[in-house]
Design a protein around this ligand. Structure first.
Ligand code: CAA
Length: 257
């Protein structure tokens, strides 16, 4: 696929997807969403890529769904186009996806960032769900994910009263993993992704799957998923290598098998 609204780059073993509609604050139109998920699929299936970063520019990660594209839509247009369902595809990516966020992460931009596995934010990052100001509510998971990540009261305030979180607030409330200076936020995200890529790959995958189960199932089902993944890892060479290396007081040499 030829991309017109995103840029892609493999840096070392890290696949970087950059949202690139600066003239529209990286608002997600249909073309950009299609390209974004195509690029994520490509990197997910590319053996040269160990982890993935999605980023925007310094001013905007993404200002949400493209309002101009959906302003005149009917419910049946929205259902037919499966607009918000497209966001769900982030859940199918097997590799770790880190959002590197600077500037605005609003509406679908915030929802996309919090759908990623982790977030590195620049000091200027701002997270919000302003849909209420245009007569709707978040439709790409914002009400559910923010309630789980932040608790009910703050989620209510963001969704009902357009409360925006600054980067330090987002860190304080556990919405992001780290806050770094704006001129180094992508470099910091790449270093973070490289740290993860250096770990035992199958264990990373199982770890991601297990943590995600906490958001999608009951505690009992989640514990079952965790146990299944834990036991399964004892069939890997990396488990044998990891434990042997610990006992022999050396660094493990991961094979991804
Ligand atoms: N959709 C379409 N165009 C957008 C956009 C969006 N979500 N956000 C910004 N733009 C466009 C603006 O219309 C403007 O275009 P023109 O130059 O052609 O007028 C351009 O980007 C620059 O934007 P501003 O002039 O507004 O820039 P600013 O610095 O003054 O403000 C901003 C930046 C605070 C991000 C502001 O643009 C804004 O509030 N954007 C809308 C945010 C929003 O409401 N998002 C929710 C969308 S709905 C949604 O996401 C639903 C869902 O759950 C999936």
């Amino acid at each position: 696929m030829t991309y017109t609204s995103i840029l892609t780059e493999i840096r070392g073993r890290i696949g970087i997807v950059t949202l690139n509609r600066p003239q529209a604050m990286n608002a997600f139109n249909t073309a950009m969403l299609t390209e974004l998920f195509d690029a994520l699929d490509v990197y997910d299936n590319d053996e040269r890529v160990g982890a993935i970063i999605v980023t925007g520019n310094e001013k905007a990660f993404a200002a949400g769904a493209d309002i101009k594209e959906m302003a005149e839509a009917t419910p049946f247009d929205m259902i037919g186009q499966g607009r918000v369902e497209k966001w769900d595809r982030i859940r199918t990516i097997k590799k770790v996806v880190i959002a590197a966020v600077s500037g605005w992460a609003l509406g679908g931009g915030c929802e996309f960032a919090i759908s990623c596995d982790m977030i590195v934010a620049s000091e200027t990052a701002k997270f919000g769900q302003p849909e209420i100001t245009i007569g709707v509510i978040p439709g790409a998971g914002g009400t559910q994910r923010l309630a789980r990540l932040l608790g009910k009261n703050l989620a209510m305030e963001m969704v009902i009263n357009n409360r925006t979180l600054t980067a330090p607030e987002a860190l304080q409330f556990g919405l992001v993993n780290r806050v770094v200076p704006v001129d180094g936020y992508l470099t910091a995200a790449v270093a973070f992704a490289e740290e993860i890529d250096a770990r035992a790959p199958l264990a990373v995958r199982m770890a991601k799957d297990s943590v995600n189960a906490a958001f999608e199932t009951t505690l009992a089902e989640g514990l079952k998923a965790e146990k299944r993944n834990f036991y399964t890892l004892f069939s890997t060479e990396d488990q044998k290598e990891g434990m042997k290396a610990f006992i022999e007081k050396r660094k493990p040499n991961w094979k991804g098998r």
